[in-house]
Ligand binder design. Structure first.
Ligand code: HEM
Length: 239
C-alpha cells in the first residue's frame, strides 16, 4: 500500500501549487516594525499638527514667525520639564535632546530680537517612562518637516541658519542620515506589544501637546507665548 501523500496547497485551478508559490502562501507576514507602527498610528495626529502649524501664515511675516518660535519654545519647555520629572526612568537622553532644541529656539529668538517674551513651560504630562520614547520620536521626526519649514522661512523671510533659522535648520544635510540611525535604533528594541503600545501612546500625547498649543496660537495671533496652563490634558488619548 502507498503511504498517504501530505496535504498540498492548491491553486485557483485546483492544481497543486509549485513549491515557491506554496512557501509564499504559507508565510506569516512579519509584524510591522516599531517605526512602521509609529508612523502609521500617528499619521492622523501629524496631519492635525501640520494643519495647526499653518506653514503659510507662520512664514509670511517675521513677527508671525517669531511668534510661532516663541510658542515652540514654550511647548518644548513643557516637554523638558516632564522629561526631567521622569529622568530617573531613562528619560535623561531624551531630556537632553529637548534642551538642545530649546537652546536653538532661544538663539533664534535672540537673533530675531525678540525680547521680554513671557516665556513659560506649557503643561505636559506623560504617564509612563516608555512614553518618553514616543515623545522622542515626535521631537526627532519633526526635524524632517523642519527642513521644509526652514526653506520657506529662508525664501520668504531671509532667515539663515545663523540668523533666526537654527531650530528648523537643525542638523541640515545630516538630518536624513540621523533619522535613519534613529529609526534603526527604534527597530532594535525587543518586540513587546504592551511596551510598543505605551511608546505609541507617548507619541500621540506629544503630538496632542503641539496641536493644542499651535491651535491656540491660530485662534488668537496675539497669544505667542503660552497663556494656557494645564488645559490640554482633559482627555487621555491612550485610554
Ligand atoms: C508645517 C509643518 C510640518 C510639515 C510641512 C511637515 C512635513 C513633514 C514631512 C514632509 C515629513 C516626511 C519627511 C520624509 O519622510 O522625508 C514629516 C515627518 C515627520 N514629521 Fe512633520 N511636518 C510638519 C510639522 C511637524 C511637527 C510640528 C511635528 C511634531 C510635533 C512633526 C512630526 C513629524 C514626525 C514625527 C515625522 C516622522 C514620520 C516618520 O517617518 O516616521 N511634523 N513631516
Amino acid at each position: 500500500m502507498r503511504p498517504l501523500e501530505p496535504a498540498q496547497a492548491a491553486g485557483s485551478d485546483g492544481q497543486p501549487l509549485a513549491p515557491s508559490k506554496r512557501d509564499i502562501s504559507n508565510a506569516v507576514p512579519p509584524p510591522p516594525s516599531l517605526h512602521a507602527r509609529l508612523k502609521l498610528e500617528t499619521a492622523e495626529a501629524h496631519q492635525r499638527v501640520e494643519h495647526a502649524f499653518d506653514l503659510a501664515a507662520a512664514t509670511s511675516r517675521r513677527d508671525a514667525y517669531a511668534s510661532m518660535l516663541a510658542m515652540m519654545h514654550n511647548i518644548y519647555c513643557g516637554i523638558r520639564n516632564e522629561l526631567h520629572r521622569l529622568s530617573g526612568n531613562g528619560a535623561y537622553d531624551v531630556a537632553r535632546y529637548a534642551r538642545l532644541q530649546i537652546d536653538r529656539l532661544e538663539k533664534d529668538l535672540r537673533a530675531l530680537t525678540v525680547v521680554n517674551r513671557d516665556y513659560r513651560a506649557l503643561s505636559f504630562a506623560l504617564g509612563h517612562a516608555d512614553e518618553t520614547i514616543g515623545c522622542e520620536y515626535v521631537m526627532r521626526g519633526s526635524a524632517l518637516g523642519g527642513k521644509l519649514i526652514f526653506k520657506m522661512a529662508a525664501d520668504n523671510l531671509g532667515v539663515t541658519e545663523l540668523d533666526g533659522g537654527q531650530f528648523f535648520h537643525g542638523d541640515g544635510r545630516a538630518t536624513k542620515s540621523q533619522w535613519s540611525i534613529y529609526s534603526a535604533k527604534l527597530n532594535r528594541l525587543p518586540a513587546d506589544n504592551a511596551r510598543f503600545d505605551r511608546i505609541i501612546c507617548g507619541a500621540v500625547k506629544t503630538f496632542g501637546h503641539f496641536e493644542a498649543a499651535l491651535s491656540l496660537r491660530n485662534q488668537s495671533p496675539s497669544v505667542s507665548s503660552g497663556l494656557m496652563q494645564d488645559d490640554n490634558h482633559a482627555t487621555n488619548p491612550c485610554a
